[in-house]
Design a protein around this ligand. Structure first.
Ligand code: ATP
Length: 220
């Protein structure tokens, strides 16, 4: 499994859960907060910690923010700090910024200022819970343990052709359980179903096999 590098900014309940879980899953995690007690609380549960004001673009640059695969801005209540940090992270060269929004207006602002993904944990969890209550076996609730995964993989030019020709089961050890082209979904696709770039393949396999396929598709 490729180790990803994450920078988590803001160590409230949400940021702490994201940071420590990513670390437990074997990734490199740098966690920052402006308050010493929050930094100290997580220091033994992540790779590195730093205490700084994340609205300071120069401080983020000095941290090498452009080298992280994903930056998570987990500041909630202080909306101004959340927006300024998102702007500073993008300006300092962060590749992919996930920002937490407390409400829909903040979500819109964060999208406008360049956040690549905005999550609203309370809202999103509420939607998930509602769906789970009426559809108990919904897709993302399948627990495959720690060795297996179901993942969405976006096809690139390296993954084009019929499923038969792509031969993903023999080459990577994954099974394609669904194929998405735009809004069209093919469940249990057939061997002669064709994959083109930007399609989404829903695959199941060991973590290693899924990682291998993802690395292969992302290689240029
Ligand atoms: P929770 O995730 O617990 O619901 P929350 O959404 O209320 O928390 P906040 O308490 O606003 O989030 O912020 C989360 C953390 O972000 C706090 O620990 C706070 O110290 C930190 N934080 C806020 N502003 C900054 C900043 N400018 N730089 C670094 N850390 C900050």
């Amino acid at each position: 499994m490729r180790k990803h590098q994450f920078l988590v900014i803001g160590l409230g309940r949400f940021g702490t859960a994201v940071a420590t879980t990513l670390y437990q899953l074997g990734h490199e995690v740098v966690a920052i907060d402006e308050h010493e007690e929050n930094v100290q609380r997580v220091m033994n549960h992540v790779t590195h910690v730093a205490m700084l004001d994340a609205t300071d673009e120069r401080a983020l640059s000095a941290l090498g923010i452009q080298d992280f695969d994903v930056v998570i801005v987990a500041i909630g209540a202080d909306v101004k700090a959340n927006i300024l940090t998102t702007v500073a992270a993008k300006s300092a060269g962060a590749k992919y910024v996930v920002s937490k929004a407390v409400d829909d207006m903040t979500r819109r602002v964060l999208e406008k200022v360049g956040a690549d993904l905005v999550v609203r944990p309370e809202h999103d969890m509420g939607v998930r819970l509602a769906r789970k209550l009426v559809r108990p076996h919904s897709f993302d609730d399948i627990d495959l343990g720690t060795d297996y995964a179901i993942a969405e993989v976006t096809a690139t030019g390296r993954i084009e052709g019929t499923l038969k020709d792509l031969n993903l089961t023999n080459r990577f050890g994954v099974q394609v359980i669904a194929l998405k082209t735009g809004s069209q979904v093919r469940i249990s696709p057939k061997a002669d179903d064709r994959v083109v770039a930007h399609d989404t393949l829903v695959v199941v396999g060991t973590l290693e096999s899924v990682e291998r396929l993802i690395s292969y598709t992302e290689d240029t």
